[in-house]
Design a protein around this ligand. Sequence first.
Ligand code: SF4
Length: 364
Amino acid sequence: MARRGRLIPGRNPAGDRKAIGASTPRPGADPVQENTDNMKHSISHWTRDTALAVHDLPLMDLLYRAQTVHRETFDPNTVQISRLLSIKTGGCAEDCAYCSQSARNGANLPASKLIEVERVVAEARKARDGGATRFCMGAAWREPKARDMDTLVAMVEGVRALGMETCMTLGMLDDSQVKQLSNAGLDYYNHNIDTSERYYSDVITTRTFADRIETISRVQEAGIKVCSGGILGMGEETGDRIDMLVTLANMAPPPDSVPINMLMPQANTPLADAEPIDPIAFVRVIATARILMPRSYVRLSAGRSEMSDEMQAMCFLAGANSIFVGDTLLTAENPEEDSDAVLLAKLGIQAECPEERTCAEATA
Ligand code: SF4
């Protein structure tokens, strides 16, 4: 039977973490411990140095610390399961170097139209019956057009009516679009920062890092939870990975959900021949994310199909507690659902279930 409830009772102050201020470690104090302690009191001010000190701990110490932090807020044997549906594929005006949906890259993925609300709701129902608690809808857009907003609102309302959490990723949003989605009850908005501010322009030139932060701020101000993370293996340096995590951790509040993707090189994109990231380096970033953002869901996102069972288990040990299921993530491959169910069963990990409904027996 799937476990009910997602957080250890009495240990989840997520609802009262809004007053986040800056804190500088006391002179002579252990900056790693100091910042970890501060996080328990909803204060976050990580610097590259303090975050790097976490990241560079001996691996066993890092994993121990990450798992300890993880257990203070979350059930360590539960993962949140999301399913992602592409509601509009290809033909995107942006030039994200990792993406086969960009019209500017050479992948030539055909552009589709926004799909019908009925199809979205039918897919969400299937996802719910298969154990997913959150349904994410992604459109390959620079930003939504005014004419699409009514359809997007109907999608949110239809999926919410199934008792699922809703998430959308639609590109940049203006104030009025945020308001419409908020009024429809959208739970999460995904807008990844992708990498560090320094490395960002090596990956994307059609919008700035500041544009991304602005959309995230708008979404947060409207009370919609934020899902934001990035991609590893795009040629960035360790310092870029750390800076990306520091940017996320110092948001007020940090994102509720932090997807960490491993680049899945897509044919004919500028990053088609990118060197794969070392698995231990990937695990270090997961553990660092867990310590810097102890109350956020850290999601293993794209790239799982290239990870061994052992690597995924290590990521869960490091504090990852959310996954996408389904055969494809927009256009990148994802593990087959059967293999997810087998892996989670082997690890004794169960699907998180919101209190308000009974979840399916299946774990994935
Ligand atoms: S990642 Fe999103 S915004 Fe960037 S090109 Fe792909 S679909 Fe467009």
